[in-house]
Write a protein that binds this ligand. Structure first.
Ligand code: 7TS
Length: 418
């Protein structure tokens, strides 16, 4: 997240949010007779016309399978598919395109690492270290691995603000630790974790680090070479790209020694019934016909956010976070869940004794889309002793007026339950 200095810097430049909103056709509609106020961006983001049209053009003009056709359409599709890999490489500042593996999303990226690197390198008695604020997709794959191998899952605790206890983290990194897997930004709390410090410390003890970037890449500029993480995963759909496509970044030296994830077409150099020679990364990890349209659409989405500038998007969303926190603070019934000093544009809250599902339902009738539930982070709910939260999460197209509508809808909810 930008410092207040950078926020001020970008505030002085025009962030023409009204112009950007016009790029998202879905925004221009009413739900339940009210203008749509979409504040569920941590679940998934809306898609700009450039992404929709890029996918549409692929299907209308050059749909073909990749890497296997000599005909023109196949060559065009292959080029677009591999060009998108270079876009992702540049977006993350990976050192080469072969460090970029296409997956279905963050969930599949984590499962891939657990099932390939993990099964090869984790033994009985070893430990995997995660945090208390992980999404289920960065818990369950490690539990499955630990169960299979007789290894142990360790958890970095958090404080009441929803921040990692870094002293505890350091104590938990021991000679048994094989991997630290933590989220960059928490989906349930909004906390931005000190991943540079985590990676440096783990590396000083010879431990590899996987970062779950599902909630960070749309909001924070990520440079995997500066971070020096071993693995980084994200989902396209949270950064204005189609669903069903995502990315695993891995340092090439790891990818080269990892066994394949799935077997099939496109991941081999040669096959006989006697022996199969695998292709090199990234193709070794991309068995079968992939989500070609999604890949090309994701390339268009990264072009879109890069043209606006992630620093400017982060500054805009930070303004919304500050404004939203101020506006919601005026309700004495609001309890914020997640009050870290470093936060992304996520406001998770409860409202007196009203169940978050009721809040979500009443807000929906006012046109306001938020998420209510445990956010696939049940241990976070347990930590704060609540069943669920209501969560408003911002994207680049949101405006302060929408937060005012959210506040009016909260007022209405309080009146209904008075
Ligand atoms: N990691 C984090 C931190 C997430 O927030 C999510 C999805 C995932 C991983 C999994 O991403 P997927 O695209 O593979 O499903 N989080 C949410 C959410 O907060 N509301 O809906 C999905």
């Amino acid at each position: 997240m930008p410092t207040s200095h950078t926020v001020a810097h970008y505030e002085s430049q025009t962030f023409d949010v009204q112009k950007f909103r016009k790029d998202f056709p879905i925004m221009n509609q009413q739900v339940h007779g009210k203008p749509l106020v979409y504040l569920d961006n941590a679940a998934t983001t809306q898609k700009p016309l450039s992404v929709i049209e890029t996918e549409n053009r692929y299907y209308r003009e050059y749909n073909a399978n990749i890497h296997r056709g000599v005909h023109l359409l196949s060559q065009q599709a292959t080029k677009a598919y591999e060009d998108a890999r270079v876009k992702v490489q540049k977006f993350l500042n990976a050192s080469q395109p072969s460090e970029i593996i296409y997956t279905r999303g963050a969930t599949e990226g984590i499962n891939l690492v657990a099932q390939t690197w993990g099964r090869k390198n984790v033994q009985a008695g070893d430990e995997i270290l995660i945090s208390a604020m992980e999404h289920h997709s960065n818990i369950v794959p490690w539990q499955m691995l630990c169960e299979e191998k007789g290894a142990k899952l360790q958890v970095i605790p958090i404080n009441d603000a929803g921040e990692l206890l870094m002293d505890e983290f350091k104590k938990l990194v021991t000679a048994k630790t094989k991997l630290v897997a933590v989220t960059h930004v928490s989906n349930a709390l909004g906390t931005i974790n000190p991943v540079v410090e985590i990676i440096q410390y783990a590396h000083s003890k010879g431990v590899l680090v996987l970062i779950d970037g599902a909630q960070s890449v749309p909001h924070v500029k990520v440079d995997v070479q500066v971070l020096d993480c071993d693995f980084y995963v994200f989902s396209g759909h949270k950064i204005y790209a189609p669903t069903g496509i995502g990315v695993l970044y891995g340092k090439l030296k790891h990818l080269e020694t990892m066994p394949p994830y799935q077997g099939g077409g496109d991941m081999i150099a040669s096959v006989t019934f006697h022996k199969t020679i695998y292709a090199k990364p990234p193709h070794k990890f991309e068995a079968g016909t992939p989500h070609i349209a999604g890949v090309i659409g994701m390339g268009a989405a990264l072009d879109y956010v890069s043209a606006i500038g992630l620093d400017r998007i982060a500054a805009h969303e930070h303004e919304l976070l500050v404004y939203g926190t101020k506006v919601l603070s005026q309700f004495k019934e609001v309890r914020f869940i997640g009050t870290a000093s470093e936060k992304a544009g996520v406001i998770s809250f409860t409202l007196g004794e009203i169940h978050p599902h009721d809040i979500g339902t009443i807000l929906d009738k006012q046109g306001v889309a938020i998420r209510a539930g445990h956010h696939c982070a049940q241990p976070v709910m347990e930590r704060f002793d609540i069943p669920a939260t209501a969560r408003a999460s911002f994207g680049l197209y949101n405006v302060k007026e929408e937060i005012d509508v959210l506040a009016q809808a909260i007022q209405k909810t309080l009146e209904v339950f008075a």
